[in-house]
Design a protein around this ligand. Structure first.
Ligand code: SF4
Length: 707
């Protein structure tokens, strides 16, 4: 491996940047991959520092049972036997898996196959529930499938880019760089930012709508109403390719009759609101990028559909430079969606509510045990652990004790759970202190497989070095447990290529291309072709021959006006504005908003290993508006206490007009291990979107006081 650059992908966000890496003098060096269509050589600060995080410090190097080092065989046999005993006594639904968008697609596929297909429990969910499950639900309602219509090159073809619910500059930095570059080349390109905060992303915005948190549905319903008023609806598209328009317009119109009043509720000036609406109405090529500010809400699915409604009403979808575009947070949240890593989905975009799909998957996996009903979504799943309904949980590549809302309940649940297995690269995380069995997982740079980014592009992640200690790839760990449970034949995979091929075959199995996710061209992939696979967007069908040119070509869904609903027409959803589940009151008068910072990732288990990433922002902080700080007698850079109905956190006060009066902001990253008082999950309650199950992490009533 020494002295050779190996093409792989970044371990962090859903942009999915291509990286070239090599090992030199036992160190990993990285640079941007100029050929990768996601980033064309660009990397952000986190990607640049990735090599520095490939170190042995802090790694979990051997399997452990109750804190004592053991052999792999003993650990795996104990897991298989304990699962079987629990199944015998309480039934399969007493077992749960909690996965992660950090896993590779092959890992995700075998975990889902084992749980839903062979253990026979639907209780497998993932931290992607916290990330994009509202987008999944919104896509399915509108398109009949979880299909992201667009691709990154639309950013260079758009004339108006709307960024809503995203601090793109810090959370998807390379896409921010692409838009900045596009603006320099095209001075007519306009950017509208919709975000309650004045973030770094405002630097590329021609217009900033700092709307009141939670009012997104009203904003986009107002847009739909405006489009009708100014006669900018595309009736040809509406009549030929959609259903439900009249009801959606009726709700939107009823809610937003008075423009001035609407602007007041949204907290923006009527002039700014009109400008945004005018640009959407008059500019042909419009992309709406949206992320967690939309998804992490008790009405996240409605927010997604309110955006899609406006694109359908104007036919701004399925064309170059057009479309609603959800940005996934994690490197492989999309891969997880594809192979059914969520409690309410089956593999390869097959659906629970379709008996034909159930039969097809049972046949393909040759199993009688395939579950018939969706399982518990993340919040419900940890509730069920707390109440004792679930007796065993296997957590892989994620740190729910920090990342889930109401972390006190998560801790209590894991403490009370009779059997907790954790697979992780790191020895000390907030979660694995509750593990009966700890399994050392191979890390980025040590494992091999595929990931799918926000634009549906499948890229290879390649190993650069042997795993540290006795660490093993997640797919290997899962299949070994499966074999020890007696499912040898179904899990007899020699390597990740065989898993990927089986997944590709499933996408085309008796399917005749009737669904969106089709990888039929990969059915007979050889090991060499897999190893050398260049980044490619799905679908990858037989007609899409694997020539070098076509490997990087972009597929735009819905360019024929056909969708995946029974009628082949897209569905307008009549979405009514609902306020956030919690309300501010005299005890908790401020709204807490949460998000990422530029140089950290998730719960910092990896990014904290690169010292330079901690120089940007070294500790947890609370952004407070100067007026609120004065009223609460809080002094800049001193410690402040922030309290919700769930708990209290202490962090450094950063007084700033980036937040509006009445609103505060805190980053999500700090854990108990890293900062005993800055763990934000202690504050967030467990309100979820009723359709998607995604928690409302962007709206928590809190109060402030000096420490
Ligand atoms: Fe990695 Fe995302 Fe940065 Fe690209 S933008 S280098 S994928 S963290």
């Amino acid at each position: 491996v020494d002295n050779h650059w190996i093409k792989t992908t970044c371990a962090f966000c859903g942009v999915g940047c291509g990286i070239e890496a090599r090992v030199k003098n036992n160190k990993v060096i990285v640079r941007g991959d100029k050929q990768h269509p996601a980033n064309f050589g660009r990397l952000c600060s986190k990607g640049m520092a990735l090599g520095e995080t490939v170190i042995e410090q802090g790694r979990l190097l051997q399997p452990q049972i109750e804190g004592q080092t053991t052999h792999w065989d003993t650990a795996l046999t104990t897991i298989a036997d304990t699962f079987q005993n629990i199944i015998d006594e309480y039934g399969p639904e007493a077992i749960a898996f909690y996965l992660s968008g950090q896993l590779l697609t092959e890992d995700y596929y075998v975990a889902n196959k084992l749980m839903k297909g062979f253990i026979g429990s639907p209780n497998i969910d993932t931290n992607s529930r916290l990330c994009m499950s509202s987008s999944v639900a919104g896509h399915k309602r509108a398109f009949g499938s979880d299909t992201v219509p667009g691709c990154y090159e639309d950013l260079e073809k758009a004339e108006l880019i709307i960024i809503t619910g995203s601090n793109l500059a810090w959370c998807h930095p390379v896409l921010y760089q692409r838009i900045s570059a596009a603006k320099q080349l095209n001075n007519t390109l306009k950017v509208v930012l919709i975000d309650p905060r004045r973030t770094f992303t405002t630097q590329i915005a021609d217009l900033h709508l700092a709307i009141q948190p939670g009012t997104d549905v009203l904003l986009f319903n107002g847009l739909l109403h405006y489009l009708e008023k100014v006669n900018k609806l595309n009736y040809e598209f509406i009549n030929n390719h959609t259903e439900g328009f009249t009801a959606a317009l009726h709700v939107a119109t009823t809610e937003t009759i008075d423009h001035e009043q609407l602007a007041t509720i949204l907290g923006v000036s009527p002039h700014v609101l009109t400008q945004f609406y005018q640009w959407f109405a008059e500019i042909d090529n419009v992309v709406t990028l949206y992320s967690q500010g939309i998804n992490q809400s008790s009405c996240g699915t409605d927010k997604v559909n309110s955006i899609i409604n406006c694109h359908l009403a104007t036919g701004k979808i399925g064309k170059p430079g057009c479309g609603p575009f959800s940005l996934t947070g994690q490197p492989n949240a999309m891969g997880g969606r594809e192979v059914g890593g969520m409690a309410n989905t089956l593999a390869a975009h097959l659906e629970f509510n379709n008996p034909h799909h159930h039969e097809l998957l049972s046949q393909f996996w040759q199993t009688q045990r395939l579950v018939k009903q969706p399982g518990l979504k993340a919040i419900e799943l940890f509730d069920a652990i707390a109440t004792g309904k679930i007796k065993a949980v296997w957590i892989m590549a994620t740190n729910p004790v920090v990342s889930l809302p109401n972390t006190k309940l998560v801790e209590t649940a894991l403490q009370a759970c009779p059997f907790v297995v954790v697979s992780d690269c790191m020895m000390e995380t907030d979660t694995n202190q509750y593990a009966n069995i700890r399994l050392p997982a191979a890390s980025w740079g040590e494992k091999s497989g595929t990931v799918t980014n926000s634009e549906r592009r499948i890229s290879r992640q390649r190993s650069l070095k042997k795993p540290s200690g006795e660490a093993k790839p997640d797919w290997w760990i899962i299949t070994e447990v499966a074999k020890k449970m007696g499912f040898n034949q179904a899990f007899n995979f020699k390597n990740e290529v065989e898993i990927f091929k089986e997944y590709a075959q499933l996408t085309a199995y008796k399917n005749n291309g009737s669904r969106d996710l089709d990888l039929s061209a990969f059915k007979h992939l050889t090991d060499d072709e897999y190893n050398n696979l260049a980044p490619i967007q799905w679908p990858v069908t037989f007609s899409n021959q694997l020539t070098p040119n076509q490997l990087t070509k972009n597929k735009r869904f819905f360019d024929d006006g056909q969708f995946y609903t029974p009628s082949k027409k897209a569905q307008f959803i009549a979405v009514q504005f609902k306020p956030p589940a919690s309300k501010v009151n005299t005890n908790f008068p401020f709204i807490l908003n949460t998000g990422r910072i530029r140089d950290q990732w998730h719960t910092m288990t990896r990014t904290s290993l690169a010292p330079r990433l901690s120089t940007h922002i070294p500790e947890p902080f609370i952004n407070i508006h100067p007026v609120d700080a004065y009223k609460q007698q809080i002094i800049n850079f001193e410690l402040a206490r922030i309290t919700s109905s769930q708990g209290t956190v202490i962090a450094r006060a950063c007084i700033s007009e980036e937040v509006k009066p009445g609103q505060v902001f805190m980053p999500i990253h700090w854990t108990h291990v890293l900062s005993s008082n800055g763990q934000i999950g202690k504050l967030i309650n467990s309100h979820v979107d009723p359709l998607s199950g995604q928690p409302e992490s962007k709206f928590t009533p809190v109060t402030l006081s000096p420490w």
